[in-house]
Design a protein around this ligand. Structure first.
Ligand code: SF4
Length: 282
């Protein structure tokens, strides 16, 4: 009689700091899917694990840096992009990936996002958008859809949110994608593409937050927002960037895709070219 095999290790254990688990994320949060996609992309990357670095800011998504078993940094609120920029400039051989939330990267730290895109710094930004400040109580921010209810917009948000793919593309980002946490294969592949890309890459990941955004906007449990993704997501790689505003209403499409794969000199290339003319090699 054959003995039952009992697995004591998960296939991704090498890429996770298992001593820090269980994680703090709520049931139904999409951040586990994002972390899994990043870990799988790192595991499948041609770039050695030792050269991968992860930087996060503050918030629920900011915990990602602590759970990945690579060199990682949990930085101050809104500052992962300048921190990542410094790492890349100090050691261009590193593959530097920022994983952080919409509040951290677009509201507190929005200025850094647009300048990294403008400069075409060779870093990767995985921005998890759950439309609110989840960790601090579900307040509205710069990505909360117009009309959506949060703890600080009880009658509906009267501000209009950023259209993030349009924003970063207008600032100069040559690589722009958007997926949801339902699109795990596409997300993993987009992250792998980002690792191979020379220049600034931006991937927006739409993610459920049941106790924050969800419960006030008709997505109270773990599955209801994922069902919305399944029913309303439209893959359109050629989408007009001006048409990518998100309402999260049940009757409106959620357009996802690989919107831009352009080519322009990265910050490192442009800098080397100019400096070489004056005889400076580094
Ligand atoms: S508050 Fe929202 S974003 Fe934060 S862990 Fe819970 S579900 Fe995830």
């Amino acid at each position: 009689m054959t003995e039952a095999q009992v697995a004591t290790r998960h296939p991704k254990d090498d890429l996770l700091r298992v001593a820090r688990l269980p994680h703090i994320w709520c049931p139904g949060c999409g951040l586990g899917n994002v972390l899994r996609s990043v870990a799988e992309a790192i595991g499948g990357s041609r770039i050695p694990v030792e050269r991968h670095v992860c930087v996060s800011g503050i918030g629920c998504t900011g915990r990602s840096a602590g759970y990945l078993n690579i060199d990682s940094y949990h930085t101050t609120h809104g500052r992962p992009i300048p921190f990542a920029t410094g790492l890349k400039l100090a050691n261009p051989a590193l593959e530097v990936t920022v994983i952080s939330g919409d509040g951290d990267l677009t509201t507190i730290g929005g200025n850094h996002l647009i300048h990294a895109a403008r400069r075409n710094i060779d870093i990767n930004v995985v921005l998890v958008n759950n439309f609110n400040y989840g960790m601090t109580g579900g307040q509205f921010g710069a990505t909360t859809p117009h009309g959506a209810r949060t703890t600080t917009s009880g009658y509906g948000n009267f501000e209009y949110p950023f259209n993030l793919p349009l924003l970063v593309a207008a600032a100069g980002a040559p690589f722009v994608s958007r997926w949801t946490t339902l699109h795990v294969r596409q997300l993993r592949r987009a992250i792998e593409d980002a690792f191979e890309f020379d220049g600034f890459t931006f991937i927006e990941v739409i993610s459920p937050c049941p106790p924050g955004f969800g419960k006030k906007n008709g997505y109270a449990d773990a599955l209801s927002e994922m069902n919305h993704f399944m029913e309303q997501a439209v893959v359109d790689n050629e989408a007009d960037l001006w048409e990518l505003d998100l309402s999260m209403r049940a009757d409106e499409p959620l357009i996802v895709g690989d919107f831009r794969r352009g080519k322009r000199p990265s910050y490192g290339e442009a800098r080397s070219e100019i400096l070489s003319k004056s005889g400076v090699t580094r």
